[in-house]
Design a protein around this ligand. Structure first.
Ligand SMILES: C[S@@+](CC[C@H](N)C(=O)[O-])C[C@H]1O[C@@H](n2cnc3c(N)ncnc32)[C@H](O)[C@@H]1O
Length: 321
């Protein structure tokens, strides 16, 4: 019998998961798994993660980046909307790589956007990337600039999402990449469905990419649930979407005509550039193969596609070389 996730969740504990994500990313950068010139600004106390965690974070980063670059490589204007962005530095890195000509909107709790805006305002290297026509308000947790917007929302309140949409002046007809990386799983299932549905109603042509945990039934899944519960941030959505099929259906039953979901073990094997995979596999001694496959089988990447252009997303996604 599956253990049910605790009904209550502390916003402070959920926000703290963001610091963990940034620390993991920095650990990967320091070991040479990934390139990110900005994440170190957001981590107070760098931690050296175990090879298993570094490899897992690399796989997550490489898989999302593959989809993001496919999207950015298509022609015409584009928007990116990151729900529960935390201290993600993708915008800054894209700017650095000369790929910043896109409207990039990040949303999170006020406490998080306020901290993010404070850090951005205090570092010249970050500030200059959001400067043109920009205003930074750490108290309001907001940044408004030509390409980058940071705004506070509580995703549990669709009105606040709607307000952020208006404030960011997102355009319903511009192709949009929506990213929710380890976020929906912390929300009540009714809320995450409402968010997925809201996005489907809002944008004509979009892809909604979700990276998160699944498979709660076995011993590994139960332990994963217990760990997060004990930290005050239960995986409220895991029993509602326990399988890849359920992750797909959350899209197809909420306004997204097409959806794909793959586990990270398969993605690592078949979707990540084999040359880069060989490179990172030489970075650290690694012998935890059993645990590696088990862990990767409890994380997935799912996306829903909606295409009013009848073609923009024909060659998008996994399985496309
Ligand atoms: C595990 S972190 C992931 C951060 C970022 N997406 C990444 O992968 O680096 C989860 C993020 O979701 C945000 N979040 C969770 N529930 C939220 C809500 N109801 N409204 C806004 N943000 C929320 C948290 O504040 C936190 O920054």
């Amino acid at each position: 019998m599956a253990m049910k996730a605790a009904a209550t969740s502390s916003p402070g504990a959920v926000q703290a998961t963001n610091d963990d994500a940034s620390a993991s990313k920095l650990s990967c950068v320091k070991k040479g798994y990934i390139l990110d010139d900005f994440v170190h600004f957001f981590v107070k106390r760098p931690i050296k993660r175990a090879p298993l965690i570094n490899r897992g974070y690399y796989a997550r980063w490489a898989a999302i980046r593959k989809l993001l670059l496919q999207f950015l490589d298509s022609v015409g204007p584009k928007q990116i909307l990151s729900l529960g962005a935390g201290f993600d530095t993708t915008y800054f890195q894209l700017e650095e790589e000369g790929r910043g000509e896109v409207k990039y909107v990040e949303l999170d709790f006020l406490e998080v956007t306020s901290r993010k805006a404070t850090i951005i305002a205090s570092r010249e290297q970050l500030q200059k990337k959001v400067e043109s026509l920009g205003t930074i308000s750490p108290e309001r947790g907001e940044i408004h600039s030509k390409h980058y917007m940071l705004l506070p929302v509580d995703l549990r309140d669709i009105n606040s999402l709607e307000k952020a949409f208006e404030c960011a002046q997102l355009d319903i007809s511009v192709p949009t990449f929506i990213l929710s990386e380890c976020v929906l799983i912390y929300l009540d299932p009714d809320v995450s469905r409402a968010v997925v549905n809201w996005a489907a109603q809002k944008f004509n042509t979009a892809v909604f990419v979700v990276y998160e945990q699944y498979s709660p039934e076995d011993a590994f899944g139960q332990q994963m649930i217990k760990n997060l519960e004990s930290r005050g941030c239960p995986l409220l959505g895991i029993h509602d979407t326990p399988s890849l099929e359920a992750k797909r259906e959350r899209f197809t039953k909420n306004g997204w005509p097409r959806a794909v979901a793959l586990n990270m073990d398969e993605i690592y094997r078949s979707e990540i550039d084999p040359i880069d995979r060989r490179r990172i596999e030489r970075l650290e001694i690694f012998d935890e193969f059993e645990e590696w496959h088990m862990m990767q089988e409890h994380y997935c990447l799912a996306y829903g596609i909606k295409d009013a252009t009848q073609g923009m997303f024909d060659n998008f996604g996994f399985g496309v070389r």
